[in-house]
Design a binder for this molecule. Structure first.
Ligand SMILES: [Zn+2]
Length: 298
């Protein structure tokens, strides 16, 4: 637009001058005007080509935002570093809030990633592992213990029919005894904390719970269900679910070894930290009761 307007203006000035001025001056003016028009063409031509190129880049997605976008994407990688703040909270007089993160159904291909993220945040957790997975992931199981997390038991089969519908508690207890032996061979001690697959309600009744206690086990359910297993591809929703559910001074959060859980974990850890929670792994010397029935035997 600017280009056309300026060009026409130059032509209009040229025409009247051409008719009125004497020959000598006319030649000088003509030369000057020709040079000016040529210069104007050169300048506006350059501007036009630049604008046109930028329009083309934007149309084809090659916009100038690209390098900025890349650096924005790289930023989180720089920012992710061990959080130095939790120790400041420990010195405060506010009542201690404790959260036990629990990861079910491993060990798996996600165990190392989960441990990496926990380490970056200075957090520990409790892993309720399936006995039939243990031998395939011995290194991960050892790493869980080496890094201060707890190797909990979650049955050999995870099969609802075998565990609960075979009549009584005997098959259930037998599976956990077998898993305990396997775990002892890998980590060097026999963990006694179990989690009943699918939770203790409704299959594990009072008598059943008595049998579990008599066999020397403790049993944990949870206080917060993240619903992570049912939210593939929605890590933000998992984090929100946790964020909306926490309100007690002691929370036991149910998570699973799933891809979406790995993706949600940094955010979950940040939320819990910001709410003043201290991350703990289960410790049999500081046992807390966390079963749905509030059964003090477990
Ligand atoms: Zn499970």
């Amino acid at each position: 637009m600017d280009f056309q307007y300026s060009y026409q203006k130059s032509s209009e000035e040229f025409t009247p001058n051409n008719n009125k001025q004497p020959r000598k001056k006319k030649i000088n003016y003509r030369k000057m005007i020709i040079i000016m028009v040529a210069l104007a063409l050169l300048i506006f031509g350059t501007v036009y080509v630049s604008v046109d190129l930028m329009t083309t880049w934007k149309k084809h997605g090659l916009n100038t935002d690209m390098p900025i976008h890349e650096s924005a994407q790289n930023q989180p990688h720089i920012d992710v570093s061990p959080t130095p703040t939790p120790k400041a909270d420990e010195n405060q007089a506010a009542p201690l809030k404790v959260v036990y993160l629990t990861f079910d159904d491993g060990p798996s291909k996600y165990t190392n990633e989960i441990l990496d993220i926990l380490k970056q945040h200075g957090a520990k957790a409790t892993f309720f592992m399936i006995g039939s997975h243990l031998n395939r992931h011995k290194d991960e199981v050892k790493r869980i213990v080496e890094e201060g997390s707890y190797p909990g038991l979650h049955s050999m089969s995870h099969d609802v029919n075998k565990l609960y519908k075979s009549g009584g508690s005997s098959h259930f207890i037998e599976e956990f005894k077998r898993e305990q032996e396997l775990m002892k061979d890998i980590v060097g001690f026999a963990p006694d904390l179990i989690r009943a697959p699918y939770g203790s309600y409704p299959h594990v009744d009072e008598e059943f719970r008595g049998d579990i206690a008599e066999a020397g086990f403790r049993m944990w359910d949870w206080t917060v269900d993240s619903l992570d297993w049912n939210l593939p591809g929605k890590p933000d929703t998992i984090a929100e679910q946790v964020s909306h559910s926490i309100h007690r001074d002691l929370e036991v959060i149910l998570l699973h070894e799933r891809e979406q859980t790995v993706e949600a974990l940094p955010k979950i850890l940040d939320i819990l930290h910001d709410c003043g929670y201290e991350f703990k792994a289960y410790d049999s010397n500081e046992h807390v009761i966390a079963n749905f029935s509030g059964d003090s035997r477990l």
